[in-house]
Design a protein around this ligand. Sequence first.
Ligand code: SF4
Length: 358
Amino acid sequence: MLVKIRDRVFSGKRVSRDEALELFKSDDIFSLGALASSVAEKKNGKKVSFIRNRHVTPTNICVNRCRFCAFSRSKGEEGAFELTLEEILKRIRALNSHLKTISEVHIVGGLHPDWPFEYYLEMLLEIKRKFPEIHIKAFTAVEVDYMSRISGLSLEETFIVLKKHGLDLMPGGGAEIFDSRIRSRLCPEKISGERWLKVIETAHRSGIKTNATMLYGHIENYEHRVEHLFRLRELQDITGGFQAFIPLSYHPKGTEIGGFYSSGIDDLKTIAVSRIVLDNFPHITAYWIMLGEKISQLALHFGASDLSGTVIEEKITHSAGALSGESMTPEQLIYLIKRAGKIPVERDSFYRKVKSEK
Ligand code: SF4
């Protein structure tokens, strides 16, 4: 079967849902990796990108309390935090000594019950004013939907205002798994998969590029993953606004649904199948915070062409027991990429080359 699918892929044909399912079910992990790798090399050669970025999490207080999320807290609960604007700016200013500069700040957090829309706007405005050279990648579709509700603005209007205040692009979180039955068990309070796609489509139509994610390895099965990937591929055919797909491996520690960490084989398989199915996505990212440094490096031979970034101070996955560090230096990222036999390319938020490493 894999040979048949390989021939189809090599002849430029798209894989069907059934074929994507076959790929997930295959135990021939090396052939799968080789096929995904050849797709990735056709798009990006041996180049693997990374960015100097920094994560900022303004609050973990969230009205949703998703059952897979070990990061969120209710207001007043032990461990709850909410940053002032000055604290957010201080975090961006306090770059690690080994990083001369960052080119992107990545901001996602909980849905705070009391913060007005204006607080998010002030946040964007002040960051842009103080750090005009830094791109702001902020807010998941879930957060933007929440802002639209608290402000009373339509999605289109919300994006116009966010852009005006400095939003450059969006990450791809909050997608989890689109299937409504799984979603109702994972995160009953969260917006539906349909709504997530609607918010992202509106972002793309408003000129805001985004990424896309999929949380896997919890209570879903391969059929749910395939359907999720196909919904993304269909939207990308329409808007072309996705830059990268980032599979997110489930971390069970401290979550309500519990269970196990995803396996290394499943991680690599998911990267590979994503690369083959999402033929209209420029990049598949190996998010080393979730996959760990070593599986991420292996993922570069399973279709990944991006290694995310330096990150610095990751809160969300570490709340659920991430085994990786909280930051990597550009030198460490370059080392991992080179030792995988690939060519490191430092990029900006829009995947434009900043610097190639020899
Ligand atoms: Fe809130 Fe996001 Fe955690 Fe859900 S996953 S509880 S929306 S912070």
